[in-house]
Design a protein around this ligand. Structure first.
Ligand SMILES: Cc1cc2nc3c(=O)[nH]c(=O)nc-3n(C[C@H](O)[C@H](O)[C@H](O)COP(=O)(O)O)c2cc1C
Length: 245
């Protein structure tokens, strides 16, 4: 039996058995953005499971706005890599030294090392002009696509497959390279493959000293934006343990 924030017992009929729960959290905490890959192919059945997990993401009005464009061709990946290199150099000017040097020294994509690239797109026209629940917040179609990416990322981690998201790209040029129609939004350009050095315990941007993980307690407020304490939540706020940070 679980308890809610007041300590009252809550029904736990839907709770996963302990080993499944452990597996779920292991995938969440063990997922990493991976940028260095072996060239080994991902077996078809593994790739199919990972895409099926993505396709089972929640979506506004159940519109399922995603498409999955698999890119194995070396020459296509070379064009995307050129685009990424160009964008990376362009972005470097926005950092002052010594951060610029650090930014340029970090490996931020595995487009050519990974055996597979995958572009996850969002088609806002899927499901017709009136999508249940999207009226007030049109971006919910892109939100839904991001959830498909996260499902894919977690399922890949469970399969031992690394995923790296490359956003140092320009969508207009990516559309040209991949033949994506103008109304379809490229949401995520991903590199997939088996990681060269396993799954690190910490994000690269953390271990390299670029940025620290923020304490979870500093991001949770109670009843009103920014209120860091509240009588009704005193018990819960003390349970934000360091390992959940
Ligand atoms: C929308 C999005 C875009 C990202 N773009 C890049 C990228 O272009 N290059 C890169 O190296 N990592 C990219 N990342 C990965 C983040 O740097 C990474 O998720 C973050 O540092 C935390 O590390 P972790 O994913 O290993 O936990 C991106 C992640 C997201 C969610």
């Amino acid at each position: 039996m679980s308890t809610d924030h007041t300590g009252k017992a809550t029904p736990s009929g839907g709770e996963l058995p302990p080993e499944e729960k452990r597996g779920t959290y292991a995938a969440i905490f063990g997922r990493r953005d991976v940028r260095a890959f072996h060239s080994d192919r991902i077996p078809d059945d593994v790739l199919a499971r990972v895409l099926t997990a993505a396709h089972h993401a929640p979506s506004v009005g159940f519109m399922q706005p995603w498409d999955f464009l698999l890119v194995g061709s070396r020459s296509t990946r070379e064009r995307v890599k050129e685009l990424s290199d160009r964008e990376r150099r362009a972005a470097a000017v926005f950092f002052d030294e010594p951060r610029r040097d650090k930014y340029l020294s970090m490996k931020l994509e595995g487009i050519l090392d990974a055996p597979l690239n995958l572009c996850v797109t969002c088609d806002p026209t899927r499901g017709g002009p009136q999508v249940l629940g999207r009226n007030s917040i049109p971006e919910t179609d892109v939100y839904s696509t991001c959830l498909a990416v996260q499902n894919l990322w977690l399922a890949a981690r469970a399969e031992g497959v690394g995923v790296g998201w490359v956003s140092i790209l320009r969508n207009a040029e990516l559309r040209d390279i991949l033949g994506i129609p103008p109304h379809v939004i490229p949401v995520a350009y991903l590199c997939l493959g088996y990681p060269e050095e396993g799954f690190s315990g910490r994000p690269l941007l953390e271990s390299s000293g670029w940025r620290k993980r923020l304490p979870l307690a500093s991001l949770v407020s109670y009843e009103e934006w920014g209120a860091q304490s509240h009588n009704g939540w005193a018990g819960f706020s003390t349970t934000l343990a360091p390992q959940t940070n």
